[in-house]
Design a protein around this ligand. Structure first.
Ligand code: NAD
Length: 480
């Protein structure tokens, strides 16, 4: 049994009150490690370490900050196998996916912001006729909190930490209690890279105890949060009276809109991926598929055939396309939606059942599931399921599909398949989403703004948007 520890002031330590939580391997349902359930005293210790590091770190040259972050990036790459194995064991995702996407992306996050901070410029405005010049200082906020979810553990954890420290802040960070292992390993990497003690502090534990203590801490002045919409709303309520700066990246129920004039094969291959990558547990997955009625029957047959062939298996098997869901409660939640779909008149075209993988009978495996829904207003089409379950239905006109696509409370991403330029422009303008992908999915350029509208969140991450979030602008006006 491997115990995970907090990383505070550059050292690993047990939680002060010695409270622990079991950590499960979703591939076999067994407890394989214990993690701290940190309380407010642990968060206070992390805060104190961050505070004592802040003066020096915020005055460290950009070149030096950047050099340390590039070293962290290199060390993540050098530990690719170890980190990918840990991620896969914690999360249930196929190990090849962790190796090809999650861990390389964590490395890119540090590399990207190590470079971005050296290019981050602020504005100046000459007040013509008034003999004055204004310039904007972009100062670090101080101590900031970063809280991340379980679906892309190290990827999203570092997506927050990297811009925060690049901008000169010190951080109290909490990964998901469901997938703490790679965040734990990151501590050692930061020490090896020479990150000064206290710049990054990692506290593990439950949302209601550790997370709550970070959000409620009066001197942690900004919170960058990625997770569920209900949690985000709660965080906003706790933070509001303290006027904290908030970035909330929340849930999604993203439309995947397919017109008959698209490149069909490309669309089909990508749609399988955008539906079931990471067991459908990506906030950006296209979980509502709308297909133009002239190709609906053909698409339905081709898609279902492809989905039936997706190999569900142990995350370490090379041919596994769909691994285990992250936890037992999550598996149960996802399966409950399949029952809801049936009650609502949905037609399960394939999947819908729990799978037993030989040798790993207690793992959390579910068949990739496609449900034909009678109306876009049913619950499975409106609520975030966050698993390997997608809905499909036909549409007749652009106006109709636009209306259905927008008629949900979420607005994270949208995918559009068409070769009609005018339609692309019209629809991209009108879709309620922070991101619109046209003839592709999940193609990311880290310079672009990332985030959602409506219940999918507030604020943007990525590129200079993230550096703006993690700095406070100050206008200086000099009369001469
Ligand atoms: P969650 O909201 O349950 O937990 C996210 C994090 O918040 C965890 O670290 C958790 O411990 C913590 N937390 C929980 N309660 C808290 C509280 N009261 N105070 C402070 N912290 C608290 O979400 P999850 O189940 O881990 O992740 C799945 C959700 O994340 C889905 O809704 C998904 O769409 C969303 N997500 C969004 C994005 C995005 O970029 N918009 C990316 C990935 C995941």
């Amino acid at each position: 049994m491997q115990n995970i520890q907090n990383y505070i002031n550059g050292e690993y330590s047990n939680p002060i009150q010695e409270l622990w939580i079991d950590n499960y391997n979703p591939a076999n349902g067994e407890v394989y490690s214990q993690i701290p359930n940190s309380q407010s005293d642990d968060v206070e210790a992390a805060y104190t370490a961050a505070k004592s590091a802040f003066k020096e770190w915020s005055n460290t040259t950009l070149e030096k900050r950047s050099r340390i972050m590039l070293k962290i990036s290199e060390l993540i790459e050098a530990n690719l196998d170890k980190l990918a194995e840990a991620e896969s064991k914690d999360n249930g995702k196929p190990i090849w996916l962790a190796k090809a996407v999650d861990i390389p992306r964590a490395s890119s996050n540090f590399r990207f912001f190590a470079n971005a901070i050296t290019q981050f410029a602020s504005e100046s405005h000459e007040s013509v006729g008034q003999n004055a010049i204004n310039y904007t200082l972009r100062q670090p906020i101080g101590i900031v909190g970063c809280i991340s979810p379980w679906n892309l553990p190290l990827y999203l954890f570092t997506w927050k930490i990297a811009p925060a420290i690049a901008a000169g802040n010190c951080v109290v960070a909490k990964p998901s209690e469901v997938t703490p292992m790679t965040a734990y390993l990151l501590g050692d990497i930061c020490t090896q890279a020479g990150l000064p003690k206290g710049v990054l502090n990692i506290v593990h534990g439950l949302g209601g105890s550790t997370g709550q203590a970070i959000v409620a801490h009066p001197d942690i002045k900004a919170i960058s949060f990625t997770g569920g919409t209900v949690t985000g709303a709660h965080i906003a309520k706790v933070a509001a009276p303290m006027f904290k700066k908030l970035s909330l990246e929340l849930g999604g129920k993203n439309p995947n809109i397919i017109f008959a004039d698209c490149d069909y094969d490309d669309m089909l291959t990508t749609t399988v991926r955008s539906s079931f990558a990471n067991q459908g547990q990506i906030c950006l997955c296209g979980s509502r598929i709308f297909v133009e009625e002239t190709i609906y029957e053909k698409f339905k047959a081709d898609f279902v055939e492809r989905v039936k062939n997706l190999k569900v298996g142990h995350p370490s098997a090379a041919d596994t396309k769909v691994g285990a869901l992250v936890s037992k409660p999550h598996l149960e939640k996802v399966m409950s939606y399949i029952d809801i779909a049936k009650e609502e008149g949905g037609n399960v075209l394939c999947g819908g059942n729990k799978i037993t993988v030989e040798g790993y009978e207690n793992g959390y495996y579910l068949e990739p599931t496609v449900i034909e829904v009678p109306t876009d207003e049913c619950r499975v089409n409106q609520e975030e399921i966050f698993g390997p379950v997608v809905t499909i239905m036909p549409f007749k006109t652009e106006e109709e599909v636009l209306q259905m696509a927008n008629k949900v409370k979420y607005g994270l991403s949208s995918t559009l398949w068409t070769n009609n330029l005018k339609r692309t422009m019209r629809m991209s303008n009108q879709l309620h989403a922070g991101i619109v992908w046209v003839n592709t999915w999940l193609m990311r350029d880290l310079r672009t703004p990332f985030g959602g509208v409506k219940d999918s969140g507030v604020g943007r991450e990525g590129g200079f948007e993230a550096l703006r979030f993690f700095t406070e602008p100050k206008n200086v006006c000099i009369k001469y």
